[in-house]
Design a protein around this ligand. Structure first.
Ligand SMILES: Cc1cc2nc3c(=O)[nH]c(=O)nc-3n(C[C@H](O)[C@H](O)[C@H](O)COP(=O)(O)OP(=O)(O)OC[C@H]3O[C@@H](n4cnc5c(N)ncnc54)[C@H](O)[C@@H]3O)c2cc1C
Length: 327
């Protein structure tokens, strides 16, 4: 099913599919085995203007629509989710700026991301703050025209490779989640370094790494929004970025399904390809049904963010459940 895609969307889908098939597939296994960050594929994505799809037109992008990102994400992830993450995580790291940044911050950083000149990363998780994102312990202390950041983030995708990091830190620990703020930290800032790189079971073509902040001084103007709005920014980012996680899962499932189809048509038993046996066909049909149902849910959710969409709730999902004072 094509979900009534526009001509532009069909074109984006085709570009992503060709990059995935022609450029990613030949190196997929090697990059995964060697945990090699795919800079050459990032270059191909840059040249194809793929990063511009992350960003709205007013900041030199070509879309910024969640549904477009879902379409591209599925195509890339059908071949290799690890390589695809260089693109997807740049979107995740960019969202705090797009959602909560000042006009000046948007004009400075979003065009750099749209052109693919700089990758981004999103740094929330810490050793003691995973699902419980409000428990972060990294601090940011105001000191004149600067903030001084101290603490360690872990499991940060694009870690060490991205140049723009959106980092969550406590400006007032006594306030709990309401004391969290979000900051833009650039890669070469003194006091900012990279620690352990995780040796993962999968998606190894993306670096998942510790970020270490030791008296890292950043200009006060790098705060995103006001002090204390970091947690709500993070939740708004998740509202917009979670459909992409769904699209990643649909892509991975589709990739596995296509592999199963190919194998079942090639593997012969009892003098026939195993795809000719009804029991195998039932399994393939069940897989196809579940993937299509998952895709429908992803597209419906991604469509919430389309202007004028009938499916769009008055407030995005997380905002409905937030205390009124934060809305
Ligand atoms: C490959 C990879 C890349 C990542 N990239 C990033 C990144 O770029 N930026 C970033 O900030 N973070 C990143 N993360 C971290 C990720 O967001 C966290 O792993 C996630 O938030 C879960 O935290 P945790 O792993 O500490 O699990 P925990 O929070 O310790 O959870 C452990 C288990 O307990 C369950 N659980 C927790 N709380 C509850 C509850 N209230 N009720 C029921 N069950 C519960 C969880 O579902 C889970 O099964 C990455 C993680 C991975 C694995």
């Amino acid at each position: 099913m094509e979900y009534f895609l526009t001509e532009d969307q069909l074109e984006m889908k085709e570009i992503a599919r060709r990059i995935a098939e022609e450029k990613m597939r030949p190196v997929s296994e090697k990059y995964d085995e060697e945990a090699h960050f795919p800079w050459d594929i990032v270059e191909v994505m840059r040249q194809a203007d793929l990063f511009a799809i992350l960003i709205p037109e007013e900041y030199d992008g070509i879309s910024g629509k969640v549904v477009d990102l879902a379409i591209v994400t599925e195509e890339l992830c059908a071949v290799d989710v690890g390589i695809a993450l260089a693109f997807g995580v740049t979107g995740l790291g960019m969202y705090p700026i797009l959602i909560g940044g000042s006009e000046e911050q948007k004009r400075k950083y979003l065009p750099q991301i749209a052109s693919g000149e700089r990758l981004a990363a999103f740094a929330l998780t810490e050793a003691n703050a995973g699902s419980d994102a409000g428990a972060i312990e990294t601090t940011a202390r105001r000191d004149g025209d600067h903030y001084v950041i101290n603490g360690t983030k872990q499991w940060i995708s694009n870690g060490g490779e991205a140049e723009i990091y959106t980092v969550f830190a406590m400006t007032d620990r006594a306030k709990g989640a309401r004391g969290a703020s979000c900051f833009i930290v650039e890669k070469d800032t003194p006091g900012f370094s990279f620690g352990k790189k995780e040796n993962k079971m999968g998606i190894r073509a993306n670096s998942t790494r510790e970020l270490i902040f030791e008296d890292c001084r950043i200009p006060a103007e790098n705060i995103i929004g006001r002090e204390g709005t970091g947690f709500i920014t993070a939740m708004k980012v998740f509202d917009k970025s979670r459909p992409m996680v769904g699209a990643q899962a649909v892509g991975v499932a589709r990739g596995a399904f296509e592999t199963a189809i190919r194998y079942s048509q090639q593997r012969q038993q009892f003098g026939k390809p195993i795809s000719s046996f009804q029991a195998v066909q039932f399994m393939l049909a069940d897989m196809a049904t579940q993937i299509e149902a998952a895709r429908a849910l992803v597209m419906q959710t991604a469509g919430w963010w389309m202007p004028g969409s009938r499916a769009m709730p008055r407030n995005p999902p997380c905002v409905n459940t937030m205390p009124r004072m934060w809305r």
